[in-house]
Design a protein around this ligand. Structure first.
Ligand code: SF4
Length: 381
C-alpha cells in the first residue's frame, strides 16, 4: 500500500482511494442504482471515488452478470424507433390520453442534430426557452418533444452526463420525462423489479432536469414527478404508456447524493493508507495482487442484500464475503431489518435455541426468536 496522507480535502482523499485507475464516468443506470442500496458504505465510497466497480469485480474474479443480450438490445432499439416514428406520432396519441394533452400541434426537436459537443448547451437553452414560455404573459400554444437531450448532474464533485430517452413538454403544465423500456406489460402487469429499476432511472433524469432548471433560475417544480413509462403491451409491439410516481425514488436519490458529497465521516473511519487502486499497466490491465485488493475492500462495510445481484457490479464479491461471514444480510433486506442488530445467521440461531445469551439491546429480538423456535418445534412434533 502507498502510505498516502489523507488529511484535508475529501475530493483528494477519494482520488487517492481510486489511485492510478482512470475514473469511471457515471451513467443514469449507475446513479439510479445508488438509490437501490443507500445504506452501503462500500458502494458509496467506490462510487464517490469514481471507481470502476466492474473492473474491480473482474480483477477479483467475481465478474457481475450484467449486460443485455444482443437480441434484447436490438428489440429495445426497434421498439424505441417505433415509439418515436413520425415525430413521435404514436407517443403523442398515448400522451393525449394520459396527460390530457389539449393540443393538436406538437413541435419535435431532435437535440442530436446539433452534434455531440453542443448537445448539453443546446439542451439547456431549449429547456430555458420552454420554461420561459410557461411563465410568459402569452404562452406559446404548442407542446414540444425533446429527443436525445443531454443533461448533467454533479456526483460527488464530478459532472455526469445523462441521456434520457425523451423529454415531453406540455404547455401550461410541466415537463414530463418519458422512459421507453422494452419489457412487456402483460394484462396490465409488468415485472415489478423491472418497473422499479425504470422508476429509479427516470428519477435520475427528473433530478437532472430540476437541477438544470434551478441553475437557469426557473422553478424546478416545472418537472413533474410523474414520469411516463412506455412499454410494449402483451406479446405484440404495440406501445402502452403508464404514469409512474417517482417521488420516493427521488427522495432516496437526493439523500444518497448528499451522502456522497459528504463522505467525510466514512473516509475518516478508513485507515490512512487504504486504496482501491487496481494499478493498471500501460495496456490498462490491473496488476495489483488480488488478495491485497480484497483485503482493502474488506476494510469497508458492505450491506449485501439479494437485490444487489441486479444493481451492483460488486454483487458476487460481496455475496461471497457475506456467505463466509454467515451474514444475516443473505436472507434479504426484510429479514435483516427484522433481525435488528443480529449480524449473523449463527448468532440468530443461537439466540433462538437459547445457547447464546443476548447482548445488551438484543433482549426483545431474542424473545421473538425463542418464540419462533418454540412454534417451529411444536409444528414439527
Ligand atoms: S454489491 Fe456490495 S458494494 Fe454493491 S451495494 Fe451490495 S453490498 Fe454494497
Amino acid at each position: 500500500m502507498t502510505g498516502l496522507k489523507r488529511e484535508g480535502d475529501p475530493v483528494r482523499r477519494l482520488e487517492a482511494l481510486r489511485g492510478t485507475t482512470p475514473p469511471r464516468p457515471h451513467d443514469a443506470r449507475a446513479i439510479a442504482a445508488l438509490a437501490a442500496n443507500p445504506g452501503c458504505a462500500r458502494r458509496a465510497l467506490m462510487d464517490g471515488a469514481g471507481i470502476d466497480k466492474d473492473a474491480a469485480a473482474r480483477h477479483l474474479g467475481f465478474p457481475a452478470p450484467f449486460g443485455q443480450s444482443p437480441f434484447a438490445i436490438t428489440r429495445g432499439n426497434m421498439f424505441e424507433a417505433l415509439v418515436k416514428a413520425d415525430g413521435c406520432a404514436e407517443l403523442l396519441r398515448m400522451l393525449r390520453e394520459l396527460l390530457d394533452l389539449p393540443v393538436e400541434e406538437v413541435a419535435y426537436h431532435d437535440v442530436e442534430n446539433v452534434g455531440a459537443h453542443l448537445r448539453h448547451t443546446h439542451t439547456r437553452s431549449l429547456l430555458d426557452h420552454a420554461a420561459r414560455s410557461t411563465t410568459a404573459a402569452e404562452p406559446v400554444s404548442a407542446a414540444t418533444f425533446y429527443d436525445h437531450p443531454l443533461l448533467s448532474l454533479s456526483i460527488a464533485g464530478h459532472t455526469a452526463y445523462l441521456e434520457p430517452d425523451l423529454v415531453a413538454f406540455q404547455l401550461g403544465g410541466r415537463f414530463h420525462v418519458v422512459e421507453v423500456k422494452s419489457f412487456s406489460v402483460i394484462d396490465g402487469q409488468a415485472d415489478p423489479a423491472a418497473v422499479a429499476a425504470a422508476a429509479r432511472q427516470a428519477a435520475v433524469y427528473v433530478l437532472a432536469m430540476r437541477t438544470t432548471l434551478e441553475e437557469l433560475g426557473h422553478d424546478p417544480g416545472l418537472v413533474s414527478h410523474d414520469v411516463v413509462l412506455v412499454c410494449p403491451e402483451n406479446f405484440a409491439n404495440r406501445p402502452v404508456a403508464t404514469l409512474v410516481d417517482v417521488r420516493k425514488q427521488l427522495a432516496v436519490l437526493r439523500r444518497q447524493l448528499t451522502r456522497m458529497t459528504t463522505l467525510d465521516r466514512l473516509l475518516d473511519a478508513l485507515p490512512d493508507d487504504l486504496t482501491f487502486d487496481l494499478r493498471p499497466d500501460d495496456d490498462g490491465r490491473p496488476t495489483r495482487p488480488v488478495a491485497e485488493l480484497a483485503d482493502a475492500l474488506s476494510r469497508t462495510t458492505a450491506r449485501y442484500a439479494p437485490d444487489c445481484l441486479s444493481t451492483c457490479d460488486m454483487c458476487f464479491f460481496c455475496r461471497d464475503e457475506a456467505r463466509q461471514e454467515g451474514a444475516s444480510d443473505l436472507l434479504g433486506r426484510q429479514v435483516r431489518d427484522e433481525l435488528g442488530g443480529v449480524a449473523s445467521v449463527a448468532e440468530a440461531l443461537g439466540l433462538a435455541d437459547g445457547t447464546r445469551t443476548p447482548a445488551e439491546g438484543q433482549e426483545e429480538i431474542a424473545r421473538l426468536l425463542r418464540n419462533a423456535e418454540r412454534l417451529r418445534r411444536e409444528c414439527l412434533t
